[in-house]
Design a protein around this ligand. Structure first.
Ligand code: CP
Length: 465
């Protein structure tokens, strides 16, 4: 885990995830036996964005363990309103408590908090980035309902662009070898940086497929595009380019008797770039008609909640609807997580336990990049969060921010011992490697740097600086 904290689902190895789910199951069967485990422990519950389930179930979990909580649920009541930084706020709270649970609108806020805290920090949702504890209770629910994740199909519906629950869940499902089928709202497809991560780090091909049974989700829209959804299959390790997506056509089948899950999500209207909003935009919705038309007898319907109009209350009593049970599962799962993170129960697995945990990996530093993501903590608190970028050479040469995990494709390079910068296309043929000390710039930072444009650029032969 990154400094003993849970900031992304990738801070946990597969073995550690299984430890949490196993302990949650034990707690679920005999909750009272765990009362008193966390007595004399205090949890700071800092919710600087609205929440019902995450805050409620974390606080219920701590109290069910016999511990106590202190809550900040109104950002206006915190001295951040007077301009105090998140880093200072966390330093102070880590002196008052044994564990900090943080929900925050800025991407990478939990990682910054983990840097400045002396006690473990749990990410309860940071902007559009991640929501790892929601993923833990989703995995718990899926395992309970489907028996296993391996080879099970999970249909992710709705706002895949902004849904932080979706991003965390995808990485976990890939690690536990589930098949993912995407059914996004129009204009709300997975963001490029998530697609690229799936490609580069999980080596899973994304294929455009037709599924004649799923168009019912879009209101029976039977035109060509209405029947198309994207899918990732388990096939590992084949060279694959995202540019092939549009040229691949295949069909997938979900058997009427197959156990699988629909994971429905609402449109995240509070986030920037909700491009799918607007008249005529297709958005997947689950209701009694869809259930009847598709006829899947062993489908499990899940939703992280809150719902708006994408999930009809008319199917609440259908035995396939599991979303309120899913929300209820948040308590035993968070009880297990708290007990393990506070060392009140032993981990059976370490970071290497059966799957990757990336939290401790060193991040290669590179310089010279001005970061454009306005919602990244490194942009908002640059003095406390110095953006560090990990270099990837596929698909495409790019740098990924260690806080928000969004990517950038620098346009210029320069050597530290030189005086000029050059367009990236003119770099020597050897791979672009930040560990050589090379500087990389986008156009704004190139202009702001102490380097000057190469003579060719200044003469207007190349580039536009
Ligand atoms: N699922 C979830 O995160 O719900 P809340 O926003 O109510 O916490």
């Amino acid at each position: 885990m990154y400094k003993g904290s849970l900031t992304t689902i990738e801070d946990l190895s597969n073995g550690q995830v299984e430890d949490i789910l196993d302990l949650a199951q034990e707690i679920d069967g005999n909750r009272d036996a765990f009362h008193g485990l966390a007595s004399r422990h205090l949890m700071a519950s800092l919710f600087l964005e609205p929440s019902t389930r995450t805050r409620g179930s974390f606080e219920a979990a701590m109290k069910r363990l016999g511990g106590d909580t202190v809550t900040v649920a109104d950002p206006k009541s915190s001295s951040m309103e007077k301009g105090e930084s998140l880093a200072d706020t966390i330093r102070v709270w880590s002196g008052y408590s044994d564990l900090i649970v943080l929900r925050h609108p800025w991407e990478g806020a939990a990682r910054l908090a983990a840097q400045y805290s002396d006690v473990p920090v749990i990410n309860a949702g940071d902007g559009s980035h991640e929501h790892p504890t929601q993923t833990l209770l989703d995995l718990y629910t899926l395992r309970k309902e489907l028996g296993t994740l391996t080879g099970r199909k999970i249909v992710l519906c709705g706002d895949l662009l902004n849904g932080r629950t979706i991003h965390s869940l995808i990485y976990a499902l890939l690690r536990f070898s589930a098949d993912i089928i995407y059914a996004p709202g129009e204009g709300l497809e997975l963001p490029d940086h998530v697609l690229h991560k799936i490609e580069a780090e999980y080596n899973r091909p994304l294929q455009r497929v037709r599924h004649p049974g799923l168009e019912a989700l879009y209101g029976g829209d039977t035109d060509e595009s209405g029947a198309e959804v994207d899918a990732i299959y388990m096939t590992p390790s084949q060279p694959h380019s995202l540019t092939l997506i549009d040229s691949i056509q295949m069909e997938i089948e979900i058997d009427k008797e197959e156990s699988f899950a629909f994971y429905v999500t609402r449109k995240q209207v509070e986030r920037e770039g909700t491009a799918g909003d607007g008249p005529g935009k297709r958005y997947p919705r689950m209701d009694a008609k869809v259930l009847k038309e598709t006829g899947f007898s062993k489908a499990v319907i899940m939703h992280p909640l809150p719902r708006v109009d994408e999930l009809s209350p008319a199917i609440d009593s259908d035995p396939r609807s599991k979303y309120f049970e899913q929300a209820r599962n948040g308590v035993p799962v968070r009880m297990a997580l708290i007990a393990l993170m506070l060392g009140l129960k032993p981990w059976k697995h370490g970071p290497e336990g059966g799957g990757q945990a990336r939290g401790e990996l060193p991040v290669p530093k590179t310089r010279g990049i001005v970061w454009l993501n306005q919602n990244c903590i490194s942009r908002i608190e640059p003095l406390n969060a110095t953006a560090e970028f990990t270099f990837f050479d596929r698909p495409g040469e790019r740098f990924v921010c260690c806080y928000c995990e969004r990517e950038t494709f620098p346009a210029f390079y320069a050597y530290p011992y030189g005086e000029v910068y050059h367009p990236i296309e003119e770099r020597p043929s050897r791979p672009m490697d930040p560990s050589r000390g090379t500087f990389f710039f986008d156009e704004a930072s190139a202009r702001a740097s102490n380097f000057r444009p190469s003579k060719k650029m200044a003469d207007g032969v190349q580039g536009n600086v």
